[in-house]
Design a protein around this ligand. Structure first.
Ligand code: SF4
Length: 222
């Protein structure tokens, strides 16, 4: 997409979209201005240095996916967005060994892998629902962003990302989207600006030290 007229904001329609998120499982959702979405190349670098286990293994993950230039150009074409989060219990998102469980591909006895996967899937589903509703309401374009990576959510049982290592065709083209962080959006800063209390969760975090976990999604509309 080159240039798009972002159109005039319509508070009523934006509230309808916000409610789609809330009604279907988001813990909170806000209407925000696209110009307030912060981008920073250091966010993309963080996926690569030190290297995330998914870096280079998913078509949406750095060093692949949208460049900073592409992200900035996309944002220019939109004036409003729905930003939402899905709360995840600390006992699940910061469960002991959850990082190694995800990387191993072997389900844990506690069921945290599947539970966390369900929360991620909800983010993808909400983005999809908001985008479809926006088109029904007469918006002319949408762009969606999720959390994490689509390989672990949509192609978990497949050996590799087909878009990257197969015939170039994504297995789930209708729902597969990049995460905010993979395109350089500073999600923590955006959440803080929105007024949400977010806590970074590293692989070594213990659940008792994590006040709350959340996964975030974003839908731009024009
Ligand atoms: S959904 Fe699967 S095939 Fe599509 S980009 Fe993600 S990992 Fe690759």
């Amino acid at each position: 997409m080159d240039t798009l007229n972002p159109g005039t904001p319509d508070p009523e329609k934006m509230e309808t979209l916000r409610n789609v998120a809330i009604i279907h499982g988001a813990s909170a959702a806000m209407v925000i201005h696209a110009k307030d979405i912060p981008v920073d190349p250091r966010v993309r670098f963080k996926c690569m240095i030190p290297k995330c286990y998914m870096s280079g293994r998913c078509a949406h993950c750095p060093p692949y996916g949208y460049s900073m230039e592409k992200t900035r150009n996309i944002l220019k074409n939109y004036n409003q967005a729905i930003f939402f989060h899905v709360r995840v219990e600390s006992a699940i998102i910061a469960a002991k060994n959850i990082s190694s469980v995800i990387a191993s591909g072997m389900a844990d006895d506690a069921g945290n892998l599947y539970s966390l996967g369900g929360h991620y899937m909800l983010v993808y589903t909400l983005v999809d629902m908001i985008r479809k509703k926006a088109m029904k309401l007469g918006f002319s374009a949408t762009e969606g962003f999720s959390a994490g990576n689509c390989k672990d959510v949509l192609c978990y049982l497949k050996q590799s990302c087909r878009k990257l290592n197969g015939n170039g065709k994504c297995r789930k083209p209708d729902i597969s989207i990049p995460s905010m962080e993979s395109v350089g959006i500073d999600v923590f800063l955006l959440a803080a600006k929105t007024g949400w209390h977010v806590f970074p969760i590293g692989g070594q975090c213990e659940p008792e030290f994590v006040k709350r976990g959340m996964l975030m999604g974003l839908v731009l509309v024009a």
